[in-house]
Design a protein around this ligand. Sequence first.
Ligand SMILES: [Zn+2]
Length: 389
Amino acid sequence: MTLDLIPLLQSLVRIPSPNPPGDTRAIADYIAQTMRELGCTVTTPAPPNKPEAVSVIATAGTGEPIIMLHAHIDTVPVAADEAQQWHVDPYAAVIEDYRVYGKGSVDDKAPLAAMMTAVSHAISRGGERRGTLVLVAAAEEETGGRLGTRWLADNNHLPLCDFIIVGEQTHNRVATAHKGVMRATVRTTGRSVHATNPDRGVNAITAMARLVLALDDYHHRLAERAHPMVGVPTCNVGVIQGGSTANAVPDSCTVYLDRRMIPGEDPARVQQELVDVVSSVDIHPAQASVGEFQVSNWFNSTTDSPLAQTFLNCVREGLNADPGPIGYLPGSDAKHLIGVTRGEMVIFGPGSYEVAHAADEYTDIEELQTTAAILCDFMERTLFMDESR
Ligand SMILES: [Zn+2]
């Protein structure tokens, strides 16, 4: 039995899996059942502190090479102001103009459907097969992966692989790097007095204004560092909060910032840089602190191994164009899989991340068929003894 790509994608879209809340039981059931019928060994692990965040791991074959196909099964929710912007029901998987429309239709159910189809082809093809195929349909990617792929990796649910393909939106190019993110909170404290005589107080907003400008300088200096695929690191002050009324000197102000790290940047050093920027500005007698750091790591892979080179060739021939490698701008679960590969890892799939988290999300049917064909070709060249190429 081989799976039928487009009806499969429609079925996946028609099982909503928005995160939050991140309940993936229904879609995981469907995937587990489908993969069992194909003959895979299937497990459906979930973390004890979020038992409804079910992932699926389907395994076929034994021995080496061990190849993982990874996609996530949660989607972003349909936002309140987004619902009326859809021209179709976001969960109906309507086909129009050779596109499948729907929430999750490209992010990430399109690569998932292509991967499931490729596994079904490899199993049903016949002939002597070697190696192990592991399909991972992961929960919790849209909220950072800590209770999804990170949890699966840390709890030994994932085998050590020779090659990993993470399905995300790269227009079928091979991406081998994405940035990491450090979030941080900067606070200033001053002294509140009535606004009739502000000089008696210490204005925390004025102090923060100086820090914000210093952070902006830092952001511009970061442009001196550049990564060939993902570009420069950045520092963005995204939120500022302070004060309660115009007629009082504010005694506190807070900003939340987002520092994008390029591959190679050490999070501990980046943290120290932020501390240094804040302490370099004289805001006496106000005081400043920086903390509440949250890190989501970057990802970077080479493509030197025979498996990676074979994959690049499959993509080059499938697209009849330069396969990359390229950078991928958003983050992905690839960062959580670094410890489960002894080989290399790529990000690959149809579509663009720019249509992914928006109204009228769609996947282009022809592009998705190319994704599936490339994956099938890769299976053919790596898992079968009678390969002639
Ligand atoms: Zn995604």
